[in-house]
Design a protein around this ligand. Structure first.
Ligand SMILES: [Zn+2]
Length: 257
């Protein structure tokens, strides 16, 4: 393990434009359960109830969606960045961070102190709510307060349109502008660090694939194997927070020499 950490630190030390790609494995280490894991949300709710078309067209599906979503929101609202999030902030402080492309919706990169313009949330954010009709944006906490006060299917103040957390649901189109930006950064980076993603959800997983195809080096830290492991310069199957924190601290030492 020590050798792998040293190799990772060397890769970071040699890089100037790092693209960090993060997934659910990073959030679970901050106590946010993975939807897909056993005992997760999808063991208690049926994901087919939450397809975008159903949320849009069926009030009862919407009420159910808000019930599930509110339960999950409280965990995310209170979650704190772990040492991996803080290590990514250190990469920005070192002037090495090109951007973070994240599949997570939990605002933890912002909480860790990374610049908002460096964070590309390709699956949206749970911290905002948007009106599907007029596009008005609300703070999530304000809408949750209304739900807490008894509203089951909250509507837009301005146009009475349907409100939905600003996350990308099943069957909902990916944000084209953010995906384009993610691919642009994947073309530019000299190192892509994949953290806590099994790289099985598309089109998100095509971002690190694009970085590899454009000649970037790749480091993957994830508990389980990924389809990109055989093309990576370094693979560590372990806790992200433990490995990345040690690695980034070692980079500071290498740089000081
Ligand atoms: Zn509206």
């Amino acid at each position: 393990m020590k050798e792998l950490i040293a190799k990772g630190a060397q890769l970071i030390a040699e890089s100037k434009k790092i693209l960090v790609f993060t997934g659910a494995g990073l959030s679970t280490e901050s106590g946010i359960p993975d939807f897909r894991s056993p005992g997760g949300i999808w063991d208690r709710y049926d994901p087919s109830d939450f397809y975008y078309q159903k949320i849009v067209s069926d009030q009862r599906a919407r009420e159910k969606y808000w019930k599930m979503s509110s339960e999950y929101w409280e965990v995310m609202r209170d979650a704190k960045p772990n040492s991996a999030h803080l290590a990514i902030k250190k990469l920005e402080d070192m002037g090495k961070l090109l951007a973070i492309v994240t599949q997570n919706i939990d605002n933890l990169h912002q909480k860790a102190g990374n610049s908002p313009e460096k964070i590309i949330e390709i699956h949206g954010t749970a911290f905002a709510v948007t009106c599907l009709n007029c596009g008005k944006t609300y703070e999530r906490g304000d809408i949750e307060q209304r739900i807490h006060n008894g509203e089951k299917d909250p509507r837009c103040d301005d146009c009475s349109g349907i409100l939905k957390p600003a996350t990308i649901s099943f069957g909902q189109a990916m944000p084209q502008d953010k995906m384009a930006l993610a691919f642009e950064y994947a073309s530019q980076c000299d190192l892509c660090i994949v953290l806590g993603s099994s790289l099985v959800v598309y089109p998100a997983a095509s971002v690190p694939e694009h970085a590899v195809s454009q000649g970037a080096r790749v480091m993957i830290i994830n508990l389980t194997p990924t389809p990109l492991d055989n093309q990576a310069d370094l693979v560590i199957h372990d806790s992200v927070s433990k490995a990345l924190d040690q690695m980034v601290n070692l980079v500071s030492k290498i740089s000081r020499r």
